[in-house]
Design a protein. Structure first.
Length: 312
């Protein structure tokens, strides 16, 4: 696995995949996944392989079976609840970032959600929008209702988050105002403004619940704004949708590899003969930031240059 340098690909989210903990969870224990915490009177759940099967364990818990997207842990929140006695029930995840965001910089945001395959009777719905809110200070509430804020990053409008097998990516690019240091994840819409898809099971009221894993916020300013550097290599268009072009008229190109922000190789392309340009199909990649490694031969000494690009 490729290990990126701190300066090129620092994820600003601490304990981004919830692997680090100080106490094994039994359910409703997000505070055990330091430094994540509960900002309201809800009870976000923490799941880890260390817990007992059928409880808050991974992959088998009281909500069914689901492997972590990365590692052996993840979190879970109620994002919709329509009990007449407790309308707009919501739970949220909140954490302080490793560093303060810088004004006008572009940050690539990713997190993954999954709907449990065996929800208890109240959690029999799917919704369309789960979001991330950036704030300078913690967002705290003594209520269990929806937080009255507008998240800067949300899942696609009109697309129900229904998958109970594969993890679904929520992503976007955020241009910082400057000073943001905290993130909050959840559903910020009240019941009237939450689109729901019900899975009938005889319940008198229903709600929606999702697991959350692999939260990342990475400075991708160079990947968005710069295509060519003094090394003579261009990566374009940036952001890219279906095809990514790479040129190197000075040294040529022998091989190209693309890695995601987790350091996993997702595309590898080896040329039989050095070429000045390569076009790669990136349509199958999920939205987010990636790293391109361009290898070339110069006087028989193989070199490599790394570039960023954003898939939209």
């Amino acid at each position: 696995m490729l290990l990126f340098s701190y300066s090129e690909a620092q994820n600003l989210v601490p304990n981004y995949s919830f692997e680090v903990y100080d106490t094994c969870p039994n359910g409703g224990d997000i505070q055990y996944a330091l430094p994540w915490y509960n900002p309201t009177v809800g009870s976000p759940d923490y799941y880890n392989q260390c817990s007992f099967p059928g409880g808050a364990s991974v992959p088998s818990s009281f909500f069914g079976f689901q492997n972590a997207n990365t590692g052996v842990a993840y979190s879970g929140i109620c994002v919709y609840g329509s009990d007449p006695g407790y309308p707009s029930q919501r739970e949220y995840l909140q954490v302080g970032l490793l560093d303060t965001l810088i004004a006008n910089k572009h940050y690539c945001v990713n997190f993954y959600v999954n709907r449990p395959d065996k929800p208890i009777i109240i959690y029999n719905a799917a919704i369309t929008k789960i979001g991330m809110l950036f704030s300078n200070n913690p967002i705290l509430s003594t209520s269990s209702s929806a937080l009255n804020y507008t998240p800067q990053i949300t899942s696609d409008s009109g697309v129900y988050l229904t998958d109970t097998v594969s993890w679904m990516l929520v992503s976007g690019t955020y241009i910082a105002q400057g000073g943001e240091r905290f993130i909050t994840i959840g559903n910020f819409n009240n019941d009237a403004n939450t689109d729901t898809m019900e899975y009938p099971n005889g319940a008198s009221h229903y709600g929606a619940y999702y697991y959350v894993d692999d939260v990342s916020i990475i400075d991708c300013t160079n990947g968005v704004n710069e295509e060519t550097n003094k090394d003579g290599i261009s990566v374009y268009p940036n952001p890219a949708r279906s095809e990514l072009g790479i040129t190197n008229y000075e040294l040529g190109i022998k091989e190209v590899k693309i890695y995601n922000v987790m350091g996993e190789e997702v595309i590898s392309h080896l040329l039989l003969v050095n070429s000045n340009s390569v076009t790669l199909d990136v349509s199958g990649l999920a939205k987010g930031m990636y790293f391109v490694e361009v290898y070339f031969d110069k006087l028989s000494n193989r070199g490599a240059v790394r570039k960023k690009f954003v898939k939209e």
